[in-house]
Design a protein around this ligand. Structure first.
Ligand code: C2E
Ligand code: MG
Ligand code: MG
Ligand code: MG
Length: 292
């Protein structure tokens, strides 16, 4: 009955909605084969310690290189993969690929870096997440403390007791835990204290309007103060200008990620960056506009 009604409702779709819906349908179809066709690539975006000017970490960011559609944004296909469950195999592939890459860089004698991997809601809620993470670390040979997992507030807050237990298990293994897009979700400060967190990533929406909206500066200052009290590493996302960088430094937010320093890089470009970095005696200049 409900199905019948649902079908009838299609009549009310506008042409635009229809083409959007069929685009999504097409993407979804293609998504089923993307993994086996080898269309996914993990990009790496450096996270900078602005006190030393050095790269502290790389964030693994998934890219889908479709032969016809070109590069499809994760903002578009991750929600689809989340809905149809493909995020589970895709997510494990990202984790394995990122750990393998970081280990390969270490084995090549490049400065040891950790890697941050994003987890969506469904990945976080899969019953054997901890075993999968343990197995991937074991199989790739990456030491556990070189892995960080990023979750968002809304994911963590969905089932607080469950989240705390899982995060604690991962934390006990030596894996770091980072709260992504901080300030945009439903954050309860008392729960924040209960989660075994290592890091807060200030959402880029606050950084973006730093120069124009004084409220954003106040919000970032408040988040930074909170991070200090809870003894968390603070990272600002989406840092694009020197002005933003300097303001963030004045708030003692020392770790940053953004186009000012580097865009997410293909594995080849990231490797090249790290090789140049090794041969330079001084803290690396990642973008020409960067100086510490
Ligand atoms: P996120 O984890 O918050 O990642 C940060 C996003 O900001 C990335 O977008 C990155 O390319 C972008 N970014 C970095 N610096 C700047 C900047 O200076 N300016 C601007 N405007 N943007 C910047 P991206 O790669 O498109 O990823 C979007 C989101 O998709 C990610 O947000 C994350 O939630 C999700 N995602 C990406 N890869 C994965 C993955 O492997 N697994 C899961 N579950 N989610 C992923
Ligand atoms: Mg992230
Ligand atoms: Mg983020
Ligand atoms: Mg995000």
């Amino acid at each position: 009955r409900a199905k019948e009604q649902g079908r009838n409702n299609y009549q009310f779709y506008t042409a635009a909605m229809n083409s959007h819906a069929s685009e999504l349908l097409m993407l979804e179809n293609e998504l089923h084969q993307a993994l086996e066709r080898g269309e996914f690539v993990v990009y790496y975006q450096p996270q900078i310690n602005t006190n030393t000017g050095k790269i502290a970490q790389m964030e693994a960011l998934l890219r889908w290189q479709h032969p016809e559609f070109g590069l499809v944004s994760p903002a578009k296909f991750i929600p689809l993969a989340e809905e149809n469950g493909l995020i589970i195999p895709i997510g494990e592939w990202v984790l394995r690929t990122a750990c393998t890459q970081i280990k390969a860089w270490q084995d090549a004698g490049l400065p040891p870096l950790s890697v941050a991997v994003n987890l969506s809601a469904r990945q976080f809620q899969q019953p054997n997440l901890v075993e999968i993470v343990a197995r991937v670390l074991q199989e790739t040979g990456l030491e556990n403390h070189f892995l960080e997992l990023e979750i968002t507030e809304s994911v963590a807050m969905q089932n607080v007791d469950f989240s705390r237990a899982i995060l604690q298990e991962l934390h006990n293994m030596g894996v770091s835990i980072s709260m992504d897009d901080f300030g945009t979700g439903y954050s309860s400060l008392s729960y924040l204290k209960k989660f075994p967190l290592d890091k807060l990533k200030i959402d880029q929406s606050f950084v973006r309007e730093l120069a124009t909206d004084p409220n954003d500066g106040a919000i970032i200052a408040a988040i930074a103060a909170l991070g200090k009290v809870l003894n968390l590493t603070m990272v600002a996302e989406g840092v694009e200008t020197e002005e933003q960088r300097d303001f963030l430094r004045s708030l003692e937010c020392e770790y940053m990620q953004g186009y000012l320093f580097s865009k997410p890089l293909s594995p080849q470009d990231a490797t090249e960056l790290l090789q140049n970095y090794r041969s330079s005696p001084n803290p690396v200049i990642i973008s020409s506009s960067y100086c510490s």
